[in-house]
Ligand binder design. Structure first.
Ligand code: SF4
Length: 199
């Protein structure tokens, strides 16, 4: 893919939230449902795992998780080239180290890697030098290093973002009952009759 074809001129309100990339991979229709129900009470659809994940980020959003002056916490980032925006958890200035905290990481999903890559590219575009990227698992106090993305990885991320932009919620999707069973939008979703495990 030629780079020129990949650069979008996007208005701020059209930027994709980095945090939704993983949700899109889980099920593209969940993004549509999220947008439909975004204005409703969060308690309606948020279940235990997500709530725990949100709690893991409270310290960051409240800027209480680090006392080091060289740590940038909850830093808003964006990339015009990728057309994404979001917040990073921690950027350690002296070590040029980007860290994304998760409450629990029994396995790292591709979508979570995409999120970290997107944060990395945002920081680079904003002029920060990044030499290391990692997940930090809070429940085990474990740092999990991730390779710095290369050009091939960047093209892979572009492809995902292109699919995200082109997704039509009226198109048929492949419904995976196992995913629906763990989907916070299950009770609101018209694509399945099943209930999730949280009800
Ligand atoms: S319930 Fe199933 S089909 Fe509906 S959004 Fe969730 S994962 Fe997708």
């Amino acid at each position: 893919m030629h780079k020129q074809n990949l650069i979008w001129k996007i208005k701020l309100e059209d930027l994709i939230l980095i945090s939704t990339l993983n949700d899109f991979i889980f099920c593209p229709y969940s993004i549509y449902l999220h947008n439909v129900y975004a204005e409703t009470d969060e308690d309606i659809y948020h279940a235990v795992p997500q709530t725990k994940g949100q709690a893991a980020h409270k310290g960051i959003d409240g800027k209480t998780s680090s006392t080091k002056k060289s740590d940038l916490l909850s830093l808003p980032v964006s990339s015009e080239e990728l057309g994404v925006m979001g917040k990073i958890d921690i950027y350690r200035l002296t070590e040029r180290w980007l860290i994304e905290r998760k409450y629990q990481l029994k396995q790292i999903f591709r979508g979570q890697i995409y999120q970290l890559w997107a944060q990395y590219f945002c920081l680079c575009e904003m002029g920060y030098e990044v030499e290391r990227i990692s997940f930090y698992e809070i429940s085990t106090n474990r740092m999990i290093p991730v390779d710095i993305p290369n050009n091939h990885n960047k093209s892979e991320l572009y492809d995902l973002i292109r699919q995200f932009r082109q997704f039509n919620p009226n198109e048929a999707i492949t419904v995976n009952p196992n995913k629906c069973a763990h989907c916070i939008y299950c009770s609101l979703c018209d694509k399945t009759q099943s209930d999730n495990v949280y009800t």
